[in-house]
Design a protein around this ligand. Sequence first.
Ligand code: ZN
Ligand code: ZN
Length: 786
Amino acid sequence: MSAKRMRIELGGVVQGVGFRPFVYREAVLLGLKGFVQNSMSGVVIEAEGPAGRLKKFLKIVLKNPPPLAGISAKTVRMLRPAGPGRFEIKKSITKGINRVLVSPDIATCGNCVRELFSQSDRRSGYPFINCTDCGPRFTIITDLPYDRRHTTMSKFRMCADCSSEYNDPATRRYHAQPNACGSCGPRVWLVKANKDCKLQNANCKVQNDGITDPIKKAARLIERGKIVAVKGVGGFLIMCDAGNNRIVRKLRRLKHRPFKPFAVMMRDAETAGKYCEIDKKSEKALAGPQRPVTLLKKRVGQIAGIVADSIAPRTNYLGVMLPYAPVLHLLLKELRIPAVVATSANIADEPLVADNAQAIKKLSGTADYFLLHDRDIKNRCDDSIVQVIAGKPAILRRARGFVPLPVETGVSPGNRRQVLGCGAELKNTFCLAEGRLAFVSQHIGDLKNRETFDFYRDEIRKYREMFGINPDTLAYDLHPDYLATGYALESGKKGAKLLGVQHHFAHALSCMADNKLEGRVIGVILDGTGYGIDGNIWGGEFLIAGYKGFERAGRLKYIPMPGGDKVAEEPWRMALSFLADAYGSGLTGLRVPLVRRVGKNKIKFISRMLEQKINCPLTSSMGRFFDAVSSLLGICDISTYEAQAAVELQAEAEKTCQRVNVSTCQRYKYKIENQDGVRVIETGQVIRGIVKDLAAKVPPEKIAYKFHATVADMVVETCGRISRSTGLKRVVLSGGVFQNKLLLEMISGKLVKRSFAVFTHSQVPCNDGGISLGQAAFGLAYKNPN
Ligand SMILES: [Zn+2]
Ligand SMILES: [Zn+2]
């Protein structure tokens, strides 16, 4: 039987994931000749042997690749046989276009954890153990292709033992670029906080107490109520005893963060299950290779004393994370407490701290000690956040473990453009896209200060180099004051094509791209703030949307925002505005607890603003409607973090969940009016109904639940009307308000019952972190009118 030769070219996540040794092993097992090689666009394989075995080989390569691999492109063709030889792994090709995907950072795998805790293993207790199935990737890459010399591991010279593993295709560490051991790799050490401390200065060494292992020492310090900053994979984590209310409160004071929930780290899923409710899907997210912070429902009885009340106050959920790096495995194993605070180390809105010297300089006021290491972090990357909502994991913050993998969109590109979606202001991400691939950046943060904006610009530059995309088209938000918009307009001066994309339209397209949808859909976008094309602030929107454009088919009634942007931090202002709208008369005479709480002077001040329309932009925002009701019920008058009032209103409503049947529970009345073809939802009756219930001493938790059910009805009814006039049966749900699990599950459940096809986010967040994908999708689909 004559031999055949097959050439296979693969693209996708095929480098740095053990792909070549896998191919090598399979080829040798089948007795094939040829080679495997990394190229600038992926992996090239040439295999020679009998046709039957080649067929089998191809099937294995495509169907059973290593766990972290993701093949997104393939070409296969036959060549003339080359004759005798063996199978080998050839040197990488470094010329050509970059289009190889970079693997995200992957949590320590089971095999490595076993070795880490095995007394007899040569890496026993070594805090940087890794293999081709796990370890840092994106955060240590300095250049492509992914080779050791292009990572921050290049300064460590492998010892003879590590070298031989690295060069032996039969081992789990063959070409594992961060491969290292205790005698040749990075190390950890502990220093005491000191604002004047020079790095590694002897004066800063921790007092000698007989413990020499820095990790053990850090564990003892945390148990004793100290705050320790721990250098992880994508940045620093601030850690302290989660059960110690006093120390958690102190951390809140130091971080100027009075209420925003902290995440905690627990040893394993079993421990997490003791203190929180975990279903199969949540456990899969929690313990998966990405290891995100996973929001789990607290077991109220069990959690007391283990996780202080001040960790995640006034919410029923707790963000839990499992160790994702060997140093964290070692630390958690050493700790004699079940939960530690594990929150990103950053100052206010600045980006994550990732560098040793910077950490000591910036965090010495917060942390008492620093557990440092000398493997540099090249690309900062925060922890991701996931919650299982309506039966599927929803990403609320997309970063470590997920980036920089691209999102494959459903856009049929109308052009050959390379597009940059510049993103929004809060929870900013950007997105570089070409063809069907969209590279959404890691969570950048709130683009409000210079450090974050610098981080944004730096990352855009890095992504451009990494993926070889040089945007000729920039899609941006219409808000004139967003820094990301400013960035776009600045680049426009250098000749790039500029496309302004309305905020909620971008949300709708983001959800379409996330679900690979084409054609037209009903977009229900419930959001906080977004600049509308009529100059008002939108946020409770029903759009008929497709990649070509949108039409506003429905919205919440416009309500003035007394004080403009200030209302986001002061929900009581919105509550007064909704009251004034509902009663159409003065506020002073109203017998509502809020009016008494706020006091005469402020009431007068707001009344005058409303009457004279001073600094009162109009909004149709659903987020502001939730804020108003939260304040009206006395739950939250002042918001100290984004969406606090809505989070606490949801928590209140959830108290009622167990006892009420959604389909039979009461609703508030509302009207939907047709104004020039736009369905406008009137909110005055809802507010008057709530005031009546308050007067009748109905408990706030019941009112909160009834309000959620009413909003769900409004949405479903409006969709019904739009569907009747358009024939559309597909609904995409997006916007920050959909982080509310209770509301999203009510709405999607009801829509499905009315035989709508409902689409929610899974690859990018429903909040403003997903905006850049929608912008990029518009840029890709956009056709020149001429
Ligand atoms: Zn491993
Ligand atoms: Zn070594």
